[in-house]
Structures are given as C-alpha cells and as structure tokens.
Design a protein around this ligand. Structure first.
Ligand code: FES
Length: 104
C-alpha cells in the first residue's frame, strides 16, 4: 500500500492507501466517490477516467493506442487524462494526485 491523494467530483481531497501491483482503477472503484469502472478494466468503457496531476503524469507508463482512442472521444478529455484501469500502480507512485473526471 502507498498513499495517494484522490480529488472527488466535488473537489474534496482524500488521502487513500492504494493497492500495489494492480491498476489504479482497482483502488478507485472501491471508493464511494471513485470511478465506476463498468467494463472491469477491459479498456472499453472509459468510466474509470481520471486526471493525473500534471507534475506526475510523466512518471506513468505511456498510453497504448486503445486508451488514447477512447479518451479523445470524451468531452472531458484533457492532456492529463488517463484511464485508471490502464495505469499500473506501484509504490514508486506514492503521493500521486488523481482527480476523478466528470461522468459522461
Ligand atoms: S474500467 Fe472500463 S475503460 Fe477502464
């Protein structure tokens, strides 16, 4: 476990212990204010959309084609957007700040 900061859709910040060795989505889907992750991590629903703090986005593995294709279709897309099911979470990402994107 490593602590991250999750900003919910109302702008409130929460300190959360994130699971390591699984996707970031696996932590966020368990929060009342987190993501819904309807497809279960198959990179097909985009309901796990989050914004990564601009200072940290470069620490993450590069996006694959499917993820980018889904994201750019969203009205809430930003340069710091990621699908949290496609972001492996490791202890080196402790302190990551993640904002839950609006529902589409
Ligand atoms: S959980 Fe469906 S795209 Fe991430």
């Amino acid at each position: 476990m490593a602590e991250i900061v999750v900003v919910d859709r109302d702008g409130a910040e929460h300190r959360v212990e994130a699971k390591e060795g699984v996707s970031l989505m696996e932590t966020l889907r368990e929060l009342d204010y987190g993501t819904s992750a309807i497809c279960g991590g198959m990179c097909s629903c985009a309901t796990c959309h989050v914004y990564i703090d601009a200072a940290s986005v470069g620490q993450l593995p590069a996006m694959q084609g499917d993820e980018k294709e889904l994201l750019v279709e969203l009205s809430g897309y930003r340069p710091t957007s990621r699908l949290s099911c496609q972001v492996p979470f490791e202890a080196s990402l402790a302190g990551l700040r993640v904002t839950i994107a609006p529902d589409e």
